[in-house]
Design a protein around this ligand. Structure first.
Ligand code: KG4
Ligand code: ZN
Length: 350
């Protein structure tokens, strides 16, 4: 007889605070999500039209313990039943990341359990693995969020090779800045998607930057300038004031702008699949919640006989459950030291 029977499943507490969502989740080793709490700060940042780092970190400080409490309560799990604590330490806003990391370190130290350091962008792709309910790697991975547009060759869940990235704005940033120009509010992605539903995507022919380039990089800042000129009716010079446009024109511009972003993202995925000969495509990050992008990706993957793996929209936008990537790291014996620091950029400091 086993003298130490394991009655309880292994349980992970995951914490995410890289930008403007304070999130905590409990996920078991079979990747069942027992709770997934996301406290969004959208209302605090809306009037500024974007995330204000100082406001974000202060809100994380107020919300992190209630979020962790709620995640444990909803899952019906007590602190002393936890196997490990996972936390996003990179990339993101320094002040925001520090709040989650400090909470995670404190719990790991007090409970005597391992701390696991997770990359936010890698976790976005792991949301695809979690939703699939089975292994999805090797695959091409596209991360499209407010801060990043990255194409990877994902050899495994923890071994990614960068194929390309944006040379200026991220895809989500293009949605957010475009929505601001169109007077559609914040956050821009869902607002543009909604307006686009009543618009004609062929109304305005926006540029498709780098679409014919052999590089797997992206560029969205020129597209935003093209939208500025389309809104102002001017084709050059400094635009001082934006006119009030009729709602039908706003919807046409939103649909045409969204289509240009989607065209580029789909074309680069197709190109990356051809280069790598991979037969699976995983797409994660907030922009992966976009209905038109999902539709066009599924069409392209049908044509190229590629397995498309998309997480449901609530696992595309920022959440802590996706940090269950920590189980893969723990299985490989990777545990973080308690003097771990945050890293705002993609590359970890040595
Ligand atoms: O991954 P995420 O929640 O946070 C970051 O890591 O940045 O992504 C946020 C981004 C924002 O730019 C937001 O406008 C965009 O995702 N987004 C969308 C949609 N939902 C969120 N973009 C297009 N369509 C959507 N439905
Ligand atoms: Zn994100």
């Amino acid at each position: 007889m086993n003298r130490f029977p394991r009655t309880a499943p292994d349980l992970l507490l995951a914490i995410e605070s890289s930008c403007d969502e304070t999130a905590a989740a409990v996920v078991d080793r079979r990747l069942a999500i027992l709770s997934n709490v996301v406290s969004s700060q959208t209302e605090l940042h809306r009037r500024y039209g974007g995330v204000v780092p100082e406001i974000a970190s202060r809100a994380h400080v107020r919300r992190i313990i209630p979020a962790i409490d709620e995640a444990l309560r909803t899952a019906g799990v007590h602190l002393n039943e936890l196997t490990a604590v996972a936390v996003t330490s990179r990339p993101g806003l320094v002040g925001s990341l520090l709040v989650g990391l400090t909470a995670a370190k404190t719990l790991a130290l007090a409970l005597g359990i391992p701390l696991v350091d997770v990359s936010h962008v890698e976790a976005h792709l792991y949301a695809c693995r979690m939703s699939a309910g089975q292994e999805v790697f090797p695959a091409v991975g596209l991360v499209v969020s407010g801060g990043h547009t990255l194409l990877y060759d994902c050899v495994s869940a923890v071994d990614f090779e960068l194929l390309g990235s944006t040379i200026d704005d991220a895809a989500g940033e293009a949605f957010d800045k475009g929505a601001k120009l169109l007077g559609l509010g914040y956050p821009g992605g869902p607002a543009i998607q909604q307006a686009a539903q009543s618009g004609d995507a062929r109304a305005v022919c926006f540029p498709r930057p780098l679409i014919d380039s052999r590089r797997l990089d992206f560029s969205f800042s020129g597209l935003k300038t093209a939208l500025l000129y389309a809104v102002s009716g001017s084709s050059q010079g400094r635009v001082v004031e934006l006119p009030d446009l009729p709602p039908s024109r706003v919807c046409d511009l939103a649909a045409s702008y969204q289509e240009a972003i989607v065209d580029v993202l789909v074309a680069k995925c197709r190109q990356a699949l051809a280069c790598t000969q991979r037969t699976t495509l995983c797409v994660g990050g907030g922009v992966a919640a976009n209905g038109r992008l999902r539709q066009r990706l599924s069409q392209m993957c049908g044509e190229t006989l590629t397995e498309l793996v998309l997480a449901p929209p609530e696992l595309c936008t920022d959440n802590a459950a996706m940090a269950a990537l920590a189980w893969e790291l723990l299985d490989r014996g990777v545990v973080a030291p308690l003097d771990l620091d945050v890293t705002p950029g993609l590359l970890r400091r040595r």
